[in-house]
Ligand binder design. Structure first.
Ligand code: PLP
Length: 369
């Protein structure tokens, strides 16, 4: 992709993702204000599709000194960008990964008694400890935690636990009873372990209030302008805008089929615009006949199926002066919130953002040199 980008500047590309790094920094500061505690940047999955390098540099310049990634490879790529920061690797220390963790000064998150034993035997260094308080995903479950709590100093001997963390299952819903239940379980777990800094909240948790903040919050989606609690107004600033250019416009008669499978037939004489974004770019096929675009602030529907490189919009009624070959169609950004675009594909903003393909050039404003 690098080669293609070199040949074709973003300004001439037929599709692009505009990323406002100033808004990322503002969202980072908002997390600090709301939580009243330290804020880590979650930059896994290429910073949710925004591009890990420019995002991490911007966050570091805004004062962020702690980052979370999922995969060790992400940590290795992040290390030179933020040489002095703490980088937690959520996956944990798989045996083969230990030399890489050490060489790149990455801090593993220990998710099981086996992880703990393994990390003690090999290195006896800093680590985070992940307690599962009800999600049944990663982290020590109830049985393992009971064994740890019976002899924590013995089992953790030699390991410097720099953070005890857990993760909320329902932080997107402020009414969910499970939030309070997980908070109570986390507090009681902390009380049974040697003192250490604690972290429970991701973006949704930041919005649940300061009871959930502890010593460190770990937002991802909110930094990137998504709405962590979609039923409520979004307190975060929009970061990303996805646009594709119109490649071709045609007039069709009533009853004409549109796209693969002739899955749509126009109900009236119509104007169709073919746009240079498809499912290979992350414009999901499920948006066929459901998705929306915006041309100069006016909403237009996706007509027929989304294909690999193209989507067809019904632009009937849009003034021709605003809708020409080369005009931009927004799929999410200023007019269409990313949550609405995701909902049209039957998914969530997380999946839509992290599915954006490498073929789409990212254009940054507010980048740190
Ligand atoms: C353990 C953990 N912490 C924090 C986050 C960030 O969550 P969010 O993007 O909802 O802020 C994630 C994201 O999946 C996660 O898995």
């Amino acid at each position: 992709m690098k080669k293609l980008e070199r040949k074709l500047p973003a300004s001439r590309a037929v599709a692009q993702l505009d990323v406002r790094l100033g808004a990322v920094a503002a969202n980072y500061r908002l997390c600090r204000t709301l939580s009243g505690t330290a804020v880590a940047g979650v930059v896994k999955a290429d910073a949710y599709g925004m591009g890990m390098a420019p995002v991490a540099r911007k966050l570091a310049a805004a004062g962020c000194d702690t980052f979370f990634v999922a995969r060790i490879e992400e940590g290795v790529a992040l290390r030179p960008l933020v040489p002095d920061a703490r980088i937690f690797v959520l996956d944990g220390p798989r045996p083969q990964a230990v030399p890489l963790l050490l060489a790149h000064k990455l801090t593993p998150v220990l998710n099981s008694l086996a992880d703990i034993a393994h990390w003690r035997a090999r290195t006896r260094r800093q680590a985070a400890l992940h307690i599962d308080t009800g999600m049944n995903r990663l982290g020590l479950g109830a049985d393992e935690f009971a064994r740890l709590a019976a002899a924590p100093r013995k089992l953790l001997a030699g390991i410097d636990i720099v953070l005890i963390m857990s993760h909320l299952a329902c932080a997107d819903d402020p009414q969910a009873a499970m939030n309070g239940e997980q908070l109570a379980r986390f507090r009681s777990a902390l009380a049974m372990l040697p003192p250490a800094k604690a972290s429970l909240a991701s973006s949704g948790g930041v919005l649940l209030g300061r009871d959930y903040a502890f010593d460190l919050v770990r937002p991802g989606l909110g930094l990137y302008g998504g709405n962590p609690q979609p039923a409520r107004p979004n307190p975060f600033r929009r970061v990303a805008r996805l646009t594709g250019k119109i490649l071709q416009i045609r007039r069709v008669d009533r009853g004409e089929p549109v796209g693969y499978g002739a899955a749509h037939k126009v109900a009236r004489p119509s104007v169709l615009a073919t746009v240079a974004l498809g499912y290979a770019d992350g414009l999901m096929r499920a948006m066929g006949n459901h998705g929306k675009g915006a041309i100069a602030g006016r909403i237009v529907p996706v007509a027929g199926r989304v294909s690999m490189d193209l989507a067809i919009m019904d632009v009937t009624g849009v003034p021709p002066s605003q809708c020409r070959t080369g005009s931009d169609v927004e799929f999410f950004g200023d007019t269409i919130p990313v949550e609405a675009a995701a909902a049209a594909a039957g998914t969530v903003s997380y999946e839509l953002l992290t599915s954006l393909g490498p073929r789409i050039p990212r254009r940054y404003s507010g980048a740190v040199a």
